[in-house]
Design a binder for this molecule. Structure first.
Ligand code: ADP
Ligand code: MG
Length: 679
């Protein structure tokens, strides 16, 4: 009997069944060619159609080769690591590969994503997000634990992957024994080749069937309704075959699923897919439909290239995705539903031709495809606020951004903005015109897997005697929305339940109330259910909080609270919020219904989800949301006079630009001078 060399157990039946399938994947035919290429080069670039088996097979091929290579000679654990831009993909693919290798997930095959490490000392193959590998490089600059690294989905050009390119170039020079495989679905291979000059390119031919593209004759007014209508028509008039619908986010997807079920009932199996879905539900997209029904997967961009669903014959593409956008003038980064690129549209269409000839229904006109869509999505590094990036690079020892080899260099104004934000946050010292050095605060900030503002807030919270509370709030802000809001009858009940947690000063304190109530009820799932609170979100918050506590302790930051009955209890928390997020403050304008952001005078509104039933003069906010209107979300009332105490560097009147906010600050400052320092 053949034994599994990884765990010494006999192979199960399912191993052989999956092996059959694996052998039919296109990459399998090129296994030897690939391994030879890898043995004779330090870097290999591999391009292949989505679904050809890159993500699941290549790391296994590498593992086999490395294992043989090192047998007996090297007692040290050499890891094979494979990065994924999305955490869902890292988790899902790791489970699949564990199954393929017939081992338990978290043992020989594992994954690491932010706030979750599912690996052990036995792990030899690890899937991880590109962001996590970047974090690992902070403590292990030469990435010593890896023997081979696979950078997957390079075509996505996420911020973290782009930074890894530059970092790895340096690491490869210093570690001739390390090998790198860069994998990409299509495109940009030229750019990669040029960047890693000398690296060979290997192509895996796809096995794509022709896909017929159908456009609408007129632009659609409501793409969600149009998508639902198209699904119904496919179901009624097209031969059997599963359907994949691309929408932009959880709410839209849930609504579309409900509408499809409303129209077609149980004639079809409707399966949603988005990142905040519990992993067990995510796995459902791979289950074959029951009883010969048609399967309809309604997914975010994640199904574009990250996960391959077999059996899809029809694709419905409304042409939109939620994408990060950055305005360097206002320094606002936000997620916005916006048109996809032609390259994305082609990828989406390709998903229909995996099993047999398929059809792609584009819910826009052919003219629009040709004239309105950009050829390729811009790399994320050109669409992001780079404060975190600068901090990370600095921590990684890249203290001269100009000499860093970016595949696409960010705009100088964006880098400049990031530097000045970091100086304001006290992370860099201000050397006129020169790239400042990381301060002690900056060092600490870079160790938190959080945005710089939140890290700063945590670091200063002991000074405000409320690190316990700030930890809970940070944890709650780092997990998906905890409030469940069902449709129909139950919605009113849910809103009432939510209102019971409401804090008169705003949303951050409301989140604190929820966290405390959850802990008082011992994390009881029934309590969550009765209060329309997501148990999963709360469990993650608990976990995140524990990890943040560990980082705080490492730096000897005190975990403390003010006396709950003291007048200052909530004031201290609000001041600590401000000490991190002083750049995200807005002031009620003269009309009394809108706000102006203090930093750049942008007109914004309180988000409908805000718990405040009045409009405080000054607020601090967690997030700027661009939709049909500009909203600020997760908002708490603060006092204007605190600004000058907590963030004098930012709110010093001498260098504050002329605007309505400045006049209000001037009044406050005069009042303050008259009355002495107010509490
Ligand atoms: P690529 O990375 O080239 O896009 P993958 O390695 O992700 O390709 O996928 C190869 C095959 O493995 C696909 O046919 C896909 O359907 C299958 N597969 C991947 N994950 C799962 C899973 N969780 N369950 C079932 N099949 C899967
Ligand atoms: Mg893949």
């Amino acid at each position: 009997m053949e034994m599994n060399k990884w765990n010494g157990k006999a192979y199960t039946r399912s191993y052989y069944e999956i092996l059959e399938k694996r052998r039919s994947l296109p990459v399998y035919a090129q296994k030897q060619e690939f391994l030879q290429c890898l043995m004779s080069n330090q870097t290999v670039i591999l391009v292949g159609e989505t679904g050809s088996g890159k993500t699941t097979q290549i790391p296994q091929f590498v593992l086999e080769a490395v294992h043989v290579d090192d047998a007996g000679k090297n007692p040290r654990k050499w890891l094979v690591g494979c990065t994924q831009p999305r955490r869902v993909a890292a988790m899902s693919v790791a489970s699949r590969v564990a199954e393929e290798m017939d081992v338990a997930i978290g043992e020989e095959v594992g994954y690491t994503v932010r706030f979750e490490d599912c690996t052990s000392s036995k792990t030899v193959l690890k899937y991880l997000t590109d962001g996590m590998l970047l974090r690992e490089a902070m403590t292990d600059p030469l990435l010593q634990r890896y023997k081979v690294l696979v950078l997957d989905e390079a075509h996505e050009r996420t911020l973290a992957t782009d930074l890894l390119f530059g970092i790895l170039k340096r690491v490869l020079r210093n570690r001739p024994d390390l090998k790198l495989v860069v994998m990409s679905a299509t495109l940009e291979a030229e750019k990669c080749l040029e960047y890693f000059s000398g690296a060979p390119l290997m192509k895996v031919p796809g096995r794509l069937h022709p896909v017929e593209i159908l456009y609408t004759r007129e632009p659609e007014r409501d793409y969600l309704d149009a998508a639902v209508r198209t699904v119904v028509q496919i179901h009624m008039f097209e031969p059997p075959g599963d359907v994949l619908v691309f929408l932009t986010g959880e709410e839209e997807i849930e609504e579309a699923c409900r509408k499809i079920v409303g129209e077609l009932g149980d004639q079809v199996n409707v399966v949603p897919l988005y990142s905040s879905l519990p992993p067990a539900m995510q796995q459902k997209i791979f289950d074959p439909a029951t009883g010969n029904r048609r399967k309809i997967v309604v997914s975010t961009n994640i199904a574009e290239t990250s996960l391959t669903i077999d059996g899809v014959v029809y694709v419905v593409d409304p042409g939109f995705a939620k994408q990060k956008l950055y305005n360097p003038k206002t320094r606002v980064e936000s997620l916005l539903v916006s048109p996809i690129s032609q390259a994305s549209a082609r990828q989406r269409a390709g998903r229909a031709g995996r099993t047999r000839p398929g059809k792609c229904f584009r819910l826009y006109t052919e003219k629009s495809f040709n004239n309105d869509l950009i050829a390729q999505t811009h790399p994320e590094i050109l669409r992001s606020n780079l404060a975190n990036t600068v901090l990370t690079l600095n921590k990684l020892g890249v203290d001269n951004l100009v000499s860093f080899e970016f595949m696409d260099s960010p705009a100088p104004v964006t880098l400049g903005g990031a530097l000045s934000d970091l100086v304001d946050l006290g992370a860099l010292d201000a050397d006129e015109g020169k790239f400042g050095n990381l301060t002690r605060t900056g060092e600490m900030m870079s160790e938190f897997p959080l945005d710089p503002q939140m890290a700063k807030m945590l670091i200063v919270s002991p000074k405000f005697n409320c690190s316990n509370e700030i930890l809970s709030i940070s944890a709650m802000l780092s997990v998906p929305n905890c409030f469940i809001r069902p449709r129909g009858e139950a919605r009113k009940e849910a809103d009432e339940a939510r209102a019971r947690f409401g804090h008169v000063d705003g949303d951050h304190l409301t989140l604190l109330n929820v966290y405390n109530a959850y802990k008082q009820n011992n994390g009881d799932s029934n309590w969550c259910y009765e209060n329309f609170i997501s148990h999963r979100a709360m469990k993650s918050a608990e976990n995140v909080r524990e990890q943040l506590v560990r980082i705080m302790s490492r730096f000897n930051l005190k975990i403390c609270s003010s006396d709950y009955t003291s007048r200052d209890y909530y004031n201290n928390i609000r001041k600590a919020l401000l000490a991190g997020y002083f750049m995200q403050v807005a002031h009620l304008d003269r009309t009394g219904c809108r706000y102006l952001t203090a930093k750049d005078d942008q007109m914004v509104h309180l988000h409908p989800s805000c718990c405040l039933d009045y409009k405080p003069e000054w607020v601090v906010y967690n997030e700027y949301v661009l939709t049909s209107r500009n909203f600020i979300r997760t908002v708490t009332y603060i006092r204007g006079e605190w600004l000058m105490d907590v963030a004098p560097q930012c709110y010093h009147l001498n260098n504050f630009k002329n605007c309505e906010t400045k006049r209000v600050l001037q009044k406050l400052s005069k009042k303050r001078d008259r009355e002495g320092n107010p509490k």
